[in-house]
Design a protein around this ligand. Structure first.
Ligand code: BGC
Length: 547
């Protein structure tokens, strides 16, 4: 018998020591732990098989991203506006006296963008049950099919109701996909690479946004003014990728065990990890599943005191992610760039630029998340966004003033604004963007995982909806102060992370309870919580576990 001791060594690291030899290895402070005698690090490799399945599953993020990227561009295409929103079109073209900030202020136009998010929020609640009872991959399949239907409806739309119904179907699809894909990735990945593999979801989301931005740019040039149909209908392609992909994906071992297929799960785990001896991890998964069976009502359970930290994170992390103001850039970059004086084409081009920055900066976080940790990225990204938001507010404010009349905008001026917007986007793309999905998906214990993930998706969608719905009105009233509004929230969320979020890198997913137990604040909610699989607390604040 060897004794493993876990010791919390501050806010961002864990150390684990072999009781018999006294050897100590740092688990989360200084990179990926090396396995030493007695270390419980699960054996296993980053196999080709797991990498491939995660790449395919991550493509679920494409539909989410494609949609985010397409709506902003389409709503700035004149033929689209003329057909469905003639009053907005007239206001934009004819009314030269209207304050520049208010040109696009139309509730019905924003309703087009944001209806999807309401639908997604409703469907993610349904998806929770499907994901838990029928498995992760079926949720992905439903997501893909619904999204396909929505894309076709939008591509062939003849009237505004077809647009809205199409958006609602797309929203249903996104609700299912965003519920299941992040969970799937976090469960499949070996824990040392969980961050990097999970961020595949966000990476494909950013690729979806970029591709959509570029397509808008080219489709807008199509003569006859029907390019918007291709933009909207093009969503069929990412939808088919995830629909067909999900048919071939294996189920996660966690979900197999949860649904009673233990032996199959053990075999699958061997295949995924590429080693024969998966006993320890398998045992832990079974234990987690046993614990979860005792929970009959995952929703009601979420309200128990011992799940308070997870519940608060499930609510606040996605809300904060949206309060960074990122979607003001993502949805409305073309509108925003038009507002600050770029021409129609230049504005779509600028959106392509921010889209590329978004993709590249996401790769930085894939590289760093399991090395530098979640907290470091959150804190750095927050600070960077804050500086950029203040700079953009000053630049736009000093040029447009209160009446929003810029006159001729010098080229260098516009370039500086685009530069700061790019720096802001990169700050988001290696922090709140990926971590807003990764951290919630890895902190929930199995028994509440699906339900809690639905809360995360719903909160994300509510706040996306609110920001999308009120942004154009806020721009009209707050003017450049809008950037200060979001900057304020960035200060709040960065402080929140600093004080309340424990580091979760390199902690096995079914052992996560340890981080709350050892947190200066959250430990008070965990008094009656057992450590996973017999880990116990000793006098010196050390966690001792027999293996
Ligand atoms: C957010 C989206 C956002 C996107 C930008 C995602 O993580 O949930 O709302 O548009 O990142 O890359």
């Amino acid at each position: 018998m060897s004794i493993i001791a876990y010791k919390y060594t501050g806010d961002s690291s864990f150390s684990k020591s072999n009781g018999s030899s006294g050897k100590q290895i740092v688990m989360a402070g200084g990179g990926i732990p090396t396995s030493t005698g007695g270390d419980k690090a699960y054996p296993g490799n980053l196999t080709l098989y797991v990498t491939f399945t995660c790449v395919v599953a991550a493509m679920g993020g494409l539909i989410f991203g494609y949609d985010i990227g397409i709506s902003g561009g389409v709503t700035s295409m004149n033929p689209f506006l003329q057909k469905f929103f003639p009053s907005v079109y007239r206001k934009q073209i004819e009314d030269t006296s209207t304050n520049q900030y208010c040109k696009f202020d139309s509730q019905i136009l924003t309703m087009f963008t944001s209806s999807l998010y309401l639908a997604a929020l409703v469907s993610s609640l349904v998806a929770s049950t499907v994901t838990r009872k029928l498995g992760r991959k079926l949720s992905m399949l439903f997501g893909g099919i619904l999204f396909c239907a929505g894309a076709l409806m939008n591509g062939f739309a003849q009237a505004i109701w077809m647009l809205i119904v199409g958006r609602i179907l797309l929203g249903f699809g996104i609700g299912f996909a965003n519920q299941s894909v992040p969970l799937y990735l976090s469960e499949m990945a070996p824990y040392k690479y969980r961050g990097a593999l999970n961020i595949g979801f966000q990476l494909s989301c950013t690729i979806g946004i970029l591709v959509a931005n570029m397509l808008n740019y080219f489709f807008d040039m199509i003569k006859g003014g029907w390019g918007w149909r291709l933009s909207l209908g093009g969503a069929v392609i990412p939808a088919l990728i995830i629909t067909i992909g999900s048919l071939f994906l294996p189920e996660t071992p966690n979900s197999m065990i949860e649904r009673g297929n233990k032996e199959e799960a053990r075999e699958k785990l061997r295949r995924i990890r590429g080693v024969d001896n998966v006993d320890q991890e398998f045992y832990d998964l079974v234990m987690a599943s046993e614990a979860s069976k005792m929970v009959e009502h995952p929703w009601r359970n979420l309200l128990q005191k011992k799940y308070r930290p997870q519940l608060i994170m499930a609510i606040l992390i996605p809300a904060f992610q949206q309060l960074t103001g990122i979607n003001v850039i993502m949805f409305y970059a073309p509108v925003l760039f038009k507002t600050i004086g770029f021409g129609g084409k230049a504005s779509l081009m600028s959106a392509v630029i921010t889209g590329s920055v978004n993709v590249m900066a996401t790769c930085v976080s894939i590289y760093g998340v399991d090395r530098w940790g979640r907290r470091f990225l959150f804190l750095e990204g927050g600070t960077q966004m804050l500086i950029c938001q203040v700079a953009v507010a000053i630049f736009i404010g000093s040029k447009f003033g209160i009446d929003g009349n810029p006159g001729e905008l010098p080229k260098w001026y516009a370039l500086v604004v685009v530069l700061f917007i790019c720096l802001y986007v990169s700050g988001f793309a290696w922090s709140w963007g990926p971590l807003g999905w990764l951290v919630p998906s890895e902190i929930f214990p199995l028994e509440i995982r699906s339900a809690a993930q639905s809360i995360t998706v719903s909160m994300n969608m509510i706040f996306t909806f609110i920001v999308a719905q009120v942004f154009l009105t806020m721009l009209c009233h707050l003017k450049f102060g809008l950037f200060i509004f979001f900057a304020f929230w960035v200060v709040v969320m960065t402080a929140f992370i600093y004080v309340f979020l424990p580091e979760t890198k390199n902690i096995p997913i079914e052992e996560m309870v340890v981080v709350w137990k050892n947190h200066w604040f959250w430990s008070r909610f965990m008094v009656d919580v057992e450590y996973p699989n017999g880990v116990e607390m000793t006098n010196g604040g050390q966690l001792v576990k027999e293996v």
